[in-house]
Ligand binder design. Sequence first.
Ligand code: NDP
Ligand code: 2IT
Length: 457
Amino acid sequence: MTVHTEDKAGVHGAGSAALHAELVRRNPGEPEFHQAALEVLETLDPVLDARPELADARILERLVEPERQIMFRVPWLDDRGRVQVNRGFRVEFNSALGPYKGGLRFHSSVNLGIVKFLGFEQIFKNALTGLNIGGGKGGSDFDPHGRSDAEVMRFCQSFMTELHRHLGEHTDVPAGDIGVGGREIGYLFGQYRRITNRWESGVLTGKGLDWGGSRARTEATGYGNVLFTVEMLRQRGEDLDGLQVAVSGSGNVAIYSIEKAQALGANVLTCSDSGGYVVDEKGIDLELLKQIKEVERGRISEYAERRGASATYVPGESVWDVPVDVALPSATQNELDEDAARVLVSNGVKAVSEGANMPTTPGAIAVFREAGVAFGPGKAANAGGVGTSALEMRQNAARETWTFERTEGELAAIMRNIHDTCFETAERFGHPGDYVAGANIAGFERVADAMLAQGLI
Ligand code: NDP
Ligand code: 2IT
């Protein structure tokens, strides 16, 4: 790498811009990774200025380079007996704070750049939980939509047949993400156990409750994002009770965001999938949504058909057109762009909090910042999922099973702590109310200090 920070006088700003240019050059064709890295790098100048020892040790140059990147062939047989070939990924980004930790995504769009953006985000997110987990991410371009259980099982078995050699409860601990839920984690765990001949429950999280899973892990990401939103509103003297909420997506994060928001008195009007969105004037009927998405693995267009007159399905349009007080993007990256942000602002949105990873484009974040909207970045707001995964690892290590109440209580404490850390860090570095700067700086400092203490790693 050719980036130097020798010229100390006011160089750190130029240093991070130069570092980003170098990163783009060295990682061609990975726009999501470039975006995620820039969003972090451009907020770190205040901490690099205050702490020149971090620049001297070239912590940032090391941080943007994954410790290890694994890519592999995943051959499997479909139900017609035909050979299928997919590509598997695991990017082990940083283990200064603990074993690599982060989900697996199965979606046709998955490529190395997407896994790297997610793994990079995960480093800071996991640091913010205050727990001992490093950052990693993985997945495949396998698309589970329309595949039978038997096909998904054969794919998962082939995927784990290669990946298992890189995993371990003290080494690398995957979990779910888009396209990977309880069914997939079951097949993956079964194959890991079979190959290794070990009951190593801490090697995966998101397991079934009868075989080492944690209560509240299924709910944790969505619940946590709503709790983070409540903290942001509280900071402004407001409350979620009685507010109108838009949620995008209709998967794990979306469903449990809706559940918690409704429990706290909000009226959730929307959900969506890649085909379009549903707006339900009476508020989303969660039991119907769960039946269609979790049990039948159907589409949300069916929700509108079965719900009756209060619900409308709008194909191909933006869910952010619906006037609301709170927006919780919970589907995928870059799903809320600058135009959508302007619509939300003109409709009077008070808070936007990211259940998904990087769902808001940089232009949209700028619109929210300009308008004074409370904005919760994913690496803080959706950290309840991985935080509860770490609680699952703790239960596995101690051979314990906690109650739902205890686990949810710990999740709530983690979310409050993340909120307060981001808020206070943003103030300390001269960006009051800016949770993006607060999350990046606080997450970075924790990882950077660990790297500094552990020598040239
Ligand atoms: P699921 O697979 O359960 O649900 C994904 C949802 O997002 C589906 O409704 C899906 O619709 C929609 N979606 C996916 N890709 C697209 C796309 N390209 N365009 C429009 N809609 C899309 O995943 P999760 O709920 O687990 O994950 C959602 C987001 O939350 C992701 O960004 C993930 O990284 C993030 N996240 C997840 C955590 C977890 O614990 N699961 C933790 C922290 C963050 P369709 O069926 O049509 O594809
Ligand atoms: O993006 C994420 O934080 C996740 N998909 C959850 C990771 C985990 O290890 O629970």
